[in-house]
Design a protein around this ligand. Structure first.
Ligand SMILES: C[S@@+](CC[C@H](N)C(=O)[O-])C[C@H]1O[C@@H](n2cnc3c(N)ncnc32)[C@H](O)[C@@H]1O
Length: 300
């Protein structure tokens, strides 16, 4: 199994602990005395009561969860992969950018072109905006943004592509992405390989426990709602943090398209697969590869 593609930040490291977060296994260094029982009480966002158009919008739009996002999802090899693409492109659109970490790093490293981060979660965008005002932050969905032949590169990182759960979401988003590409432009994204059944390790026993920089531990666990049928995986994401009382719980749905279905959706949106990789080291896709990383271009 390749190494984790997401890291962690630590304070006062004391002991090594193996964690699995969103399907990736890693070792974090955690001060043992800080690992405790999760606080009692619960604030539930079940059934996405705040959801707009995206089924998962409520999860990311919770400001308390958005604040923790970069602690739980620190810079990783996957981000290096995308950063290389971004630095080589003049104009870039990051769809489902979240906090826009990759765009912010690109600016830091001297990218002087147009960088646009789009996300339906205002709370995630706010974190990016707070850090940099020289990036265009767009609150919404790609099919509503109306971009026409504006970008050399459109990308979706951090498995944001899997948030497109209905056929309609996929078709509308992919068509809008194709329209937003300049001639010769590329759409680059990844989706977890369903052949590896990564959701089978999304169990509370594999919770991630990450030290909070201000003290205490953030605990993040997943529990898949069984049975898993078809290509849609529903799971409960639970988070405890010293920054809020009790627990935040939300239901997340992710779609796991296999290579053939992925090809069909791309083709019908006018996008042609140029290359595919099974991991960030650019190894080929197989039944054993954790990812399906796709580079596509417009056929129009
Ligand atoms: C796991 S985060 C990934 C964020 C970022 N791309 C990264 O690499 O860290 C998934 C993001 O997808 C966004 N999202 C959810 N539904 C979406 C949709 N229909 N279109 C675009 N983005 C969506 C969420 O708001 C969230 O910020």
């Amino acid at each position: 199994m390749p190494p984790i593609s997401r890291g962690n930040r630590t304070v006062c490291p004391k002991e090594e602990k193996e964690i699995v977060y969103r399907g990736y296994r890693s070792t974090v260094r955690v001060p043992s005395h800080l690992i405790g029982t999760p606080a009692a009480g619960s604030v539930s966002f079940l059934n996405n009561q705040f959801a707009g158009e995206s089924v998962n919008e409520a999860v990311y739009d919770d400001p308390a969860i958005a604040e923790l996002y970069e602690l739980l999802n620190a810079w990783a090899t996957s981000d290096d992969f995308y950063l290389e693409w971004v630095m080589a492109a003049e104009s870039v659109l990051d769809v489902g950018c979240g906090t826009g970490l990759i765009l912010r790093r690109a600016r830091e490293q001297g990218h002087s072109g147009r960088l646009v981060g789009l996300d339906p979660s205002g709370s995630m965008l706010e974190i990016g905006r707070r850090d940099r005002d020289d990036i265009e932050w767009v609150h919404g969905y790609v099919d509503q943004a109306g971009f026409e032949q504006a970008f050399d590169l459109v990308f979706m990182s951090g498995h944001a592509f899997q948030e497109l759960v209905t056929d309609d979401d996929l078709n509308r988003s992919l068509q809008a992405i194709r329209r937003s590409l300049r001639p010769g432009g590329r759409f680059v994204f990844e989706t977890r390989n369903p052949a590896m059944r990564p959701w089978e390790s999304w169990i509370p026993e594999n919770a991630a426990e990450i030290p909070h920089p201000d003290g205490g531990v953030i605990r993040d666990e997943n529990e898949v709602i069984l049975p898993v049928t078809g290509d849609l995986v529903r799971f409960l994401s639970r988070t405890w943090s010293p920054t809020f009382d009790g627990m935040r719980e939300a239901e997340i749905q992710l779609r796991f398209l296999d290579s053939d279905s992925l090809s069909r959706f791309l083709e019908s949106a006018g996008l042609q697969i140029e290359k595919q990789y099974g991991y960030w080291d650019r190894s080929p896709v197989s039944d054993q590869s954790p990812e399906i990383i796709t580079v596509a271009r417009s056929t129009g």
